[in-house]
Design a protein around this ligand. Structure first.
Ligand code: IMP
Ligand code: MG
Length: 187
């Protein structure tokens, strides 16, 4: 068993799929009068989500889609509170693009807030946010999410892109982690 540290499945594979279809439908119709949109994913956690989202939007055949990625690290330690670091920047010049920032989860809000501010300085035509999971209890910075998948309790979660020490990203569902078990069994 590679998922020995999974405590409880919070969102099943089917629930994720159905919700992504709903979000994709809303996006497809909001942007139907445009020729293209750019989905900007944050590595690595958003990868499964952005891939499924892109294909679901495409299935409505209203707008064509480009994707690009950034790698951003957030530090929740006191030292760098309120800051996120850009480790890898996107390749496409987003000036004039209708951009949707896509991430796996919003926790304190620092990551989305930092990236949103940076992207706005690069003059996109429009910028919206799409996030699969929201842990509102942990919010430190006010951020508006335009397309949200699920609100979840304040548990540490893995799966569908989310990791604990890089483990568990491949799981097809979102699950809470038994942190005690994980700590005692981790190699
Ligand atoms: P924020 O900047 O505090 O909103 O944090 C966002 C980032 O923290 C996400 O992109 C995740 O990489 C990570 N993160 C926050 N909560 C969790 C979790 O429960 N499991 C895995 N990663 C998480
Ligand atoms: Mg992340």
């Amino acid at each position: 068993m590679f998922d020995y540290f999974v405590d409880k499945v919070l969102i099943t594979e089917n629930e994720i799929k159905d919700r992504i279809d709903e979000l994709a439908k809303r996006i497809a119709f909001h942007y139907k009068d445009l020729s293209e949109i750019l989905l900007m994913g944050l590595l690595k956690g958003s990868v499964p989500f952005i891939v499924d989202l892109m294909r679901a939007i495409e299935s409505y055949n209203t707008v064509s889609i480009k994707i690009d990625f950034m790698l951003v690290s957030s530090y929740s330690g006191d030292k760098s509170r309120g800051e996120a670091q850009i480790e890898l920047d996107h390749k496409i010049d987003i000036a004039g693009y209708d951009v949707i920032l896509v991430d796996d989860i919003i926790d304190t809000g620092v990551t989305i807030h930092t990236v949103e501010k940076l992207l706005l300085e690069r003059n996109p035509r429009s910028l919206r946010t799409c996030v699969l999971l929201d842990k509102p209890e942990r919010r430190e910075v006010d951020v508006e999410i335009d397309y949200l998948g699920f609100t979840i309790p304040n548990d540490f979660v893995i799966g569908y892109g989310l990791d604990i020490d890089e483990n568990g990203r491949y799981l097809p569902y979102v699950a809470s982690v038994d942190l005690e078990k994980y700590m005692s069994e981790k190699k």
